[in-house]
Structures are given as structure tokens and as C-alpha cells.
Write a protein that binds this ligand. Structure first.
Ligand code: GTP
Length: 431
């Protein structure tokens, strides 16, 4: 199996902070609370785009962050919510948690989506905290932090393009100059023939997988050496680049070689001969190459008897002549050729990754005697507390008591006046 894999980090947007504000009207000296809520942070979402074939784009960008919601404003105005960040992935992408290795999702068909990290909700403004006891509260919540995740994407690669041709026509050389990345190759059971596979990425962002098809000619049509796994590669191949050596050093005439390969192809799998072929005239830097090519074209025309002949791209893997044009054309053909195996299904599978509730808080003690509180839930509550306002801090103290933090601290032996720290905020414990 050929696997393309990449580790990325994801951060959903924080919610915007709620506002502390008061009505200011003519003739009303002390208006009521008027601080609006913060906007929602953006989610991070994976979505299948079957036009993508590799995870190549992730080699350049590994960190993804959705925008934060805007803060609430006075006059009860809610902050603007951030847009979701949609990350496109190829069909067949498996998403795993990097740390635990747990499979989070399997994105298969066009438009399948997975919400991998939820944006934080906006913090509530002080209009929500008015009570008969406190009609003008200086309390507002900060936005909820967006979820963060490290994930690993894995994609089993199948080649879109196959290279055909006699030994020494220049297949490996072409593959090595047009492909920038070699995917991980697991060991084959039939170890004698390992297909050479690489990924091509064009400047316009299109990418595809290209494979040398070794052994097709060396008796492969009699079933020698090729395994089931590899057959799948050939079956999936939409375009075959048929390489013909124009170097003029081979004993065999280029046209005869070309025909022989097609014969072998037919024997190997009669379906394959109908597959789209582009003829690639290789080694065009050699002195006799032009003459060889002209001869080849003439024979091809003769054979086609007035019908249109297949397209031919002259290249040199050594001088790089014609490579760009060939790869562009290959990508165009790929786009316009239907999948020979099955058309991509369009579905609307939607999923949201659920986070396991972690232990709400933990208590530790620093060397200097400070009690240190940590834990996802508690830290989140703290981050949502607007520490600039006493009312907000009082509310936080109440929330901690509700969670059982005070009791736990007392049990651990805390004394009146001891220092307590959460993240970078320190306060004094009072009974
Ligand atoms: N002059 C010239 N020589 C080339 C070019 N491309 C490949 N060669 C040479 O041709 C020989 C064979 O090239 P390979 O890329 O190994 O050919 P292959 O088709 O992969 O051969 P197998 O691995 O035997 O199937 C090597 O000596 C290359 O240096 C080219 O564009 N111009």
C-alpha cells in the first residue's frame, strides 16, 4: 500500500468577548446594562473534494486556524461571528488523532464533511447578568476558546497516470524529474517488482499520482510477478503515458516497440487498450531524435489511414524540454476523463468530532507553596472570565465553588491567605 500521510494542527476560532457597557441616554443618569455578546468563533471543517488526489498541499501548510468572533459592543450589539474554515481533502482521507492514534473520521465521498474542531461560543455581555440584587452588573464573559487538535491525515494512493514503455525508454528518469515527493511505500508481498510511484504538483495547484508500471512487459501478461494490490493501481489509472525512445540507439524501431507494448497491454487486460494514451517521444536531445520522430509519425499516420493519430509529446528528461506541456496536458486529460472504476459518489455525510470530557480540574503544589489549579474545564471557565471587573471575578469564584474546587483545596490542606494560581493569574484563598 502506498500511503501519503501528514500531521497537521488545527485550532478553531475563539468566541468574541462579551461587553460590559451601560445605557447612556439623555435624562437617564444611570442606565441599565447594555453590553452585547461576542460573536461565534469559526469551526474547522474537513470537506472532501474529489478533484484532489494527494495530500500534497499539506506539505506546505501544516497549521490551520479559524478566525475568532468579534467582541460584543455597547448598545447591546452582538459581535460578528467568524467564518468557518473549510479545509479540502481528497476522497479516501482517514483522519486520526495524532496523540492517541484513534481514528476520528473517514472521509470518502464528494462533500463528506467532518467538523474537526468547534469554534468557541461568544461570551455573554452584561445585559445577561442583571438581577434585582445587581441591576448594573460589571460582569461579562470572555469568549469560549476554540477547540484545538493535532491530527494525522492518511490517504491510500492509487495512481492516476501510468507510464508504459520498454526498459530503458526513460521511465524512471521522467518520474524522477516531474515528481517532487515520494510517498511511503509499504512492502509488497511480491517483492521482486515494486512500482515506482511519485506525486506531480503543477503550479496551478493541480496534482496527481504517477506510477511506473514495471514488469508489464516482462511477462506480466502471463501473471508473473504482479500482485493484486498492484493490479488495482493499473485499473484505476485513467491515462497511460506511452514512452517511445527516439534516441536512435535501440535496435528496435520505435514504431515496432510501440506496437509491441500495445499488444502486451491487450494481452494483460483487454480493457486497458481502450484507456486514454498519450504518446511521449523521449530523449529528444539526442542527435537523431527529430528524424526518428518524423519516421514514427509517418508510420503512425499510415496505420491510422486518415483517422486522427494519438497526440504525441516530444520531451527530454535531461534538458526538461516539453515536460511542462506534457504534465499540463496530462492534468487536463485527467480532469476530462471519467473514472474507469466508478464515478465519485456525491453524498452529504456530515459528522462532528465529539470531545471526551476530561477531568474537570487538578490540584498541584509549587515549591514556593502556591496551589496550582489546572484542567481543561477549569481553564476554559477562567479564560471566559473578564478579570478586569470584580463582579466577573466574584462570579468565577462562585463557579469554582460549584465545581467543588474549594472543597478539594480544603481537603488538600489549604489555609486562609495561601496563594492560588490558574494559568498566569494568582489570587489569595479566603474562606
Ligand atoms: N539523452 C537522454 N537520455 C535519457 C533521457 N531520459 C533517460 N535517459 C537515459 O536512458 C537510460 C534509461 O533510463 P531510465 O529512466 O532508467 O529508463 P527506464 O525506462 O526507467 O528503464 P527500466 O528501469 O529498465 O524500465 C538512462 O541511461 C538514462 O540516463 C533523456 O531525456 N535523454
Amino acid at each position: 500500500m502506498f500511503v501519503d500521510q501528514v500531521k497537521i494542527s488545527i485550532k478553531a476560532g475563539n468566541g468574541g468577548n462579551g461587553a460590559v457597557a451601560f445605557r447612556r441616554e439623555k435624562f437617564v443618569p444611570n442606565g441599565g446594562p447594555a453590553g452585547g455578546d461576542g460573536g461565534h468563533g469559526g469551526d474547522v471543517i474537513f470537506k472532501v473534494d474529489t478533484g484532489l488526489r494527494t495530500l500534497m498541499d499539506f506539505r506546505y501548510q501544516r497549521k490551520f486556524k479559524a478566525g475568532s468572533g468579534s467582541n460584543g459592543m455597547n448598545k447591546q450589539m452582538t459581535g460578528r461571528s467568524a467564518e468557518n474554515l473549510v479545509i479540502k481533502v481528497p476522497g479516501g482521507t482517514i483522519v486520526k488523532d495524532t496523540d492517541s492514534g484513534e481514528v476520528i473520521g473517514d472521509l470518502v465521498d464528494e462533500n463528506d464533511t467532518l467538523v474537526i474542531a468547534k469554534g468557541g461560543r461568544g461570551g455573554r455581555g452584561n445585559i445577561h447578568f442583571a438581577s434585582p440584587k445587581n441591576p448594573a452588573p460589571e460582569i461579562a464573559e470572555n469568549g469560549e476558546p476554540g477547540q484545538e487538535r493535532n491530527v494525522q491525515l492518511e490517504l491510500q494512493l492509487l495512481a492516476d497516470v501510468g507510464l508504459l514503455g520498454f526498459p530503458s525508454v526513460g521511465k524512471s528518469t521522467l518520474l524522477s524529474v516531474v515528481t517532487s515527493a515520494k510517498p511511503k511505500i509499504a512492502e509488497y508481498h511480491f517483492t521482486t517488482l515494486v512500482p515506482n510511484l511519485g506525486m506531480v504538483q503543477l503550479d496551478d495547484g493541480r496534482d496527481f499520482v504517477i506510477a511506473d508500471i514495471p514488469g508489464l512487459i516482462e511477462g506480466a501478461s502471463q501473471g508473473v510477478g504482479l500482485g493484486f494490490e498492484f493490479l488495482r493501481h493499473v485499473e484505476r489509472t485513467k491515462v497511460l503515458l506511452h514512452l517511445v525512445d527516439m534516441g536512435g540507439l535501440e535496435e528496435e524501431n520505435p514504431y515496432e516497440s510501440y506496437q509491441k507494448i500495445n499488444e502486451e497491454l491487450k494481452k494483460y487486460d483487454p480493457e486497458l487498450i481502450n484507456r486514454r494514451q498519450i504518446i511521449v517521444a523521449t530523449k529528444m536531445d539526442m542527435p537523431d531524435a527529430e528524424t526518428c520522430l518524423k519516421e514514427f509519425q509517418a508510420r503512425l499516420r499510415e496505420q491510422h489511414d486518415g483517422r486522427q493519430i494519438p497526440e504525441i509529446f516530444p520531451i527530454s528528461a535531461i534538458t526538461h524540454q516539453g515536460l511542462q506541456a506534457l504534465m499540463q496536458r496530462t492534468a487536463d486529460v485527467l480532469e476530462s476523463t471519467p473514472n474507469p472504476v466508478k464515478a465519485p459518489e456525491v453524498s452529504n455525510n456530515e459528522a462532528t468530532y465529539k470531545y471526551e470530557a476530561k477531568k474537570p480540574f487538578t490540584i498541584e503544589r509549587d515549591e514556593d507553596g502556591t496551589w496550582v489549579l489546572s484542567g481543561e474545564k477549569l481553564e476554559k471557565l477562567f479564560k471566559m472570565t473578564n478579570t478586569e471587573h470584580d463582579d466577573s471575578l466574584i462570579r468565577f469564584a462562585r463557579q469554582m465553588r460549584g465545581m467543588g474546587v474549594d472543597d478539594a483545596l480544603r481537603q488538600a490542606g489549604i489555609k486562609n491567605g495561601d496563594s492560588v494560581r490558574i494559568l498566569d493569574f494568582t489570587f489569595e484563598f479566603v474562606e
